[in-house]
Structures are given as structure tokens and as C-alpha cells.
Design a protein around this ligand. Structure first.
Ligand code: NAD
Length: 264
């Protein structure tokens, strides 16, 4: 039987129409939380996705298409969700994009979009949701950083800069809210097999004329001592732990979930 420890709570997960965010939404719904799904996608398909999760777990799920590039759409999403559910108890800042290129060729618009979606949107969701959390003296903020928030790789300048920034924001929010029953932590996954990584695998196969297995083993999992991808479901369980009473004193951390990558 499912453990409904989050019954009556409401969780917003940005970028939850795919990959890690969708896995987090399913895990939090499984624990009884009402869910605000967000991300890019066909509105009809997203409504069906929301209805399916709601049916499966007996919770309310709504879809909001707010674009993480737009501060106004983020604050409207949070205001609407607050009106519907009374409060947003849990915010998972997960929406993210990637672009891989040498810095001198890095397109300016890609740099700006990566910083905006992967870092600045976190500031806007937290800013808009914190007053509700402060009022009830309970809140959980989980930011999806990356192993690339702790260490760099070449050709990922914008992503590495954004993810290092997410860790700074995480620590600052943790200190500003530490006495108020609110925690703010970052999860730093290594490679997780999601559509974001699938796109990179396809690019590398083309760029190096390599097979899929060669790209996975010789390029991606080279950095990851466990030699396996992190699973979306593992991250969902970690998010649940960070929302649990046992984690109430865990605040401001960057939790590596990368098979030992950053231990080297
Ligand atoms: P994904 O591509 O499967 O999902 C990204 C989500 O973000 C999608 O729902 C997409 O619609 C949404 N999104 C993109 N642009 C958006 C925008 N402008 N507005 C609203 N939503 C938008 O990616 P993923 O692999 O699940 O990554 C999720 C998060 O985890 C990202 O922050 C990523 O950096 C981080 N991460 C991923 C990995 C990995 O190996 N996959 C590793 C470390 C960290």
C-alpha cells in the first residue's frame, strides 16, 4: 500500500511534463500530494497526463503551461495555484535545458535561455511561493542542480554556470528561512537517462560517428564510477525523503546523486 505522508500537501514541479520532473511528480502524488504539473507540451496531451496521475493516486493534478523564461507567467502560475489549493507547500525547481558548444561558438541566445530557465526561474518561483510557506511556517524547496553544479565539464559553460548558481541560491534561501520550518536543498544528479540526455547521445553519435553503446560507455558514463545511469525513480524517492520529517534539519545542502562522480 502507498504511504500517504504528503496527504493534504500541494507540490509544484517545474518542467514536469518529462524526465526527472515527471518522475518527481509521480513520486509526490504517490505520497498523497496534490500536484501542479508544468512544462512544454501539447495542452490536450498534458491535460490527459494530469488526469492519469490524478486517477492513479487519488489526488488533484492541474497542468500550468507557464514558460520558465517569463517571470510574469511564473508569478501568475503560483498565484493561481495558491488560490486553488490555499498554499504551495513544496516547490521543485526542475525545468532545465542544455546546449553543448565551445565557449567562443556558444550562441548568445542559448546562453541567456539556459541561465534564465535553469537558474533565474528558480529565483522567481521561490520569491512568489515563499510568502505562503512563511505564513504557515512549513515549506520544502528542492532545486535540481547537477553534478555540474559541483564540477565542470568542457563545452557546457552556460549549464555549469547556471547549476553552480543554483547551489548559491539554495544556500542563501536556506539561511533566510532556517527558523521558519522551511528547508531549501539541491539535488545534484549525475547522468540520468531522460529525453534531455537522449538528445545529447544522438548529437554525440553524429559528431563522433560512434555507436549508441560507445557514446554511452565512452563519453557519458566515463565520469560516473558506478557505470550506470541514475534512475528517475531514485530521484523521486530522494525528493520524498527531503519532504519527510526525518529531513527537517537538512538545509542548504547540495546532495550528490551521481554514483561517485564528484568523489574523484
Ligand atoms: P527533460 O528534457 O526530460 O525535461 C525538462 C523539462 O523542462 C520538460 O518538462 C520541459 O518541458 C521543461 N522545460 C524546458 N524548457 C521550459 C520552459 N521554457 N518553460 C517550462 N518548462 C520548460 O530533462 P531532465 O533530464 O528530466 O532534466 C530535468 C532537470 O534535471 C534539469 O534541470 C536538468 O538540468 C537536471 N539534470 C538532469 C540530468 C540528466 O542526466 N538528465 C543530470 C543532472 C541534472
Amino acid at each position: 500500500m502507498e504511504n500517504k505522508t504528503l496527504h493534504g500537501r500541494t507540490a509544484l514541479i517545474t518542467g514536469s511534463t518529462s524526465g526527472i520532473g515527471l518522475g518527481m511528480a509521480r513520486a509526490l502524488a504517490g505520497a498523497g500530494a496534490n500536484i501542479i504539473l508544468n512544462g512544454l507540451g501539447d495542452p490536450g496531451e498534458m491535460a490527459a497526463l494530469a488526469a492519469g496521475i490524478a486517477r492513479e493516486h487519488g489526488v488533484e493534478v492541474i497542468y500550468d503551461p507557464a514558460n520558465m523564461l517569463r517571470a510574469d507567467e511564473i508569478s501568475t502560475m503560483i498565484r493561481r495555484a495558491g488560490e486553488k489549493f490555499g498554499v504551495i507547500d513544496i516547490v521543485v525547481n526542475n525545468a532545465g535545458i542544455q546546449h553543448v558548444s565551445a565557449i567562443e561558438d556558444f550562441p548568445d541566445d542559448k546562453w541567456q535561455a539556459i541561465i534564465a530557465i535553469n537558474l533565474v526561474s528558480n529565483f522567481h518561483t521561490i520569491k512568489a511561493a515563499l510568502p505562503m510557506m512563511k505564513q504557515q511556517r512549513w515549506g520544502r524547496i528542492i532545486n535540481l542542480a547537477s553534478a555540474h553544479g559541483l564540477v565542470a565539464s568542457p563545452y557546457k559553460s552556460a549549464y555549469v554556470a547556471a547549476k553552480h548558481g543554483v547551489l548559491g541560491l539554495t544556500k542563501t534561501v536556506a539561511l533566510e528561512t532556517a527558523e521558519l520550518g522551511i528547508t531549501c536543498n539541491a539535488i545534484c544528479p549525475g547522468y540520468v537517462h531522460t529525453p534531455l540526455v537522449e538528445g545529447q547521445i544522438a548529437d554525440q553519435m553524429k559528431a563522433h560517428n560512434m555507436s549508441r553503446d560507445q557514446v554511452i560507455n565512452d563519453i557519458f558514463l566515463v565520469a560516473q564510477p558506478s557505470k550506470r545511469f541514475v534512475e528517475v525513480e531514485e530521484l523521486g524517492q530522494i525528493a520524498l525523503f527531503l519532504c519527510s520529517p526525518a529531513a527537517c534539519s537538512i538545509n542548504g545542502i547540495a546532495l550528490p546523486v551521481e554514483g561517485g562522480w564528484t568523489a574523484k
